[in-house]
Ligand binder design. Structure first.
Ligand code: C2E
Ligand code: CA
Ligand code: CA
Ligand code: CA
Length: 278
């Protein structure tokens, strides 16, 4: 038993060693990609389920390596978070998304909202709201067109801190969405106390809508919950007409997913919007 225990220990240490070597390499590569066109944003449309009109787009980070392969954000964002370069990266996302928002406005799509993902690690930076204010000023776009997508994981910062930060963000005129809603452990009283404009029902609950499994009821419960608190509800990861139909019947406000469009670079988005509009 003892020998086995030691073997396991060795296994774990070498697995951790391998993991950290991979992280170091990835981090180094990421730093090198910074400022080049290897890092770019892809935009995915969000639509009103009632009118079918495009209401917003979500900016999603993309990283293309020299060999043409893509590293998924789920893989490199945690690395960036642990190393602290998420602050730099997040700032770049903020500014690039605001630039794209200005271009949408210029192309005549002046009522489309831009949502950006903000990790809890970025929000721990005391100057976050100040930097956001500066970036908004420089971009000249209407602050009400920008939305921050935060997850329930911000709760680790403590209610007082989160509520002060979100108040600062709201004072700038920026909207706030709770991403992956239903997957975290947030207390419902938080939701009532925080200035939240939109709930994004996590994709995992939307996938269940095609079946009659019990989980399908979660989405059904989130919609009236949001509405009761005066919060709009958006379904993410909508892939089938059946899901869209059920969400529409529930009164869910908006939807986003492969059924409508995949995330795409800005020029492709502008083209997509032109054809979609006509
Ligand atoms: P998320 O914010 O929940 O983003 C939604 C993810 O679902 C995106 O994956 C999107 O491409 C994907 N998706 C959209 N529609 C569908 C669909 O119909 N079916 C399926 N199967 N997937 C769909 P992506 O782009 O790989 O991003 C993964 C995660 O990485 C994001 O999850 C977000 O947590 C994080 N992320 C992406 N960009 C950023 C960023 O700029 N900053 C931060 N902090 N995190 C980011
Ligand atoms: Ca998101
Ligand atoms: Ca999400
Ligand atoms: Ca997610």
């Amino acid at each position: 038993a003892k020998a086995r225990g030691q073997g396991e220990h060795e296994f774990y240490t070498s697995a951790i060693g391998l993991e950290s070597r991979q992280h170091t390499r990835l981090l180094h590569e990421l730093q090198q990609s910074f400022g080049s066109d290897a890092l770019f944003l892809a935009f995915q449309p969000q639509l009103s389920l009632e009118s079918g009109r495009v209401t917003g787009v979500e900016a999603l980070l993309r990283w293309r390596r020299a060999d043409g392969s893509f590293v998924p954000p789920d893989q490199f964002i945690p690395v960036a978070e642990r190393s602290g370069i998420i602050t730099l990266l997040g700032n770049w996302v903020m500014r690039t998304a605001l630039g794209a928002l200005a271009q949408l406005d210029h192309a005549g799509f002046s009522d489309i909202r831009m949502a950006i993902n903000v990790s809890a690690a970025q929000l721990r930076d005391r100057s976050y709201a100040e930097q956001l204010g500066l970036a908004l000023q420089e971009s000249g776009v209407a602050p009400g067109l920008l939305e921050l997508e935060i997850t329930e994981s911000v709760a680790v910062m403590g209610m007082a801190r989160v509520s002060a930060l979100l108040a600062e963000v709201k004072a700038l005129g920026v909207e706030i969405a709770i991403d992956d809603f239903g997957t975290g452990f947030s207390s419902l009283s938080y939701l009532d106390q925080l200035p939240v404009d939109r709930l994004k029902i996590d994709r995992s609950f939307i996938a269940l809508l095609d079946s009659c499994r019990p989980g399908a009821r979660i989405a059904e419960m989130i919609v009236p919950l949001g509405h009761c608190l005066g919060i709009a509800v958006l379904a993410e990861g909508v892939e089938t007409e059946c899901q869209a139909e059920r969400l529409r019947a529930m009164g869910c406000n908006e939807a986003q997913g492969y059924l409508y469009a995949r995330p795409m670079p800005l020029d492709a988005l502008l083209q997509w919007l032109q054809t979609y509009r006509t």
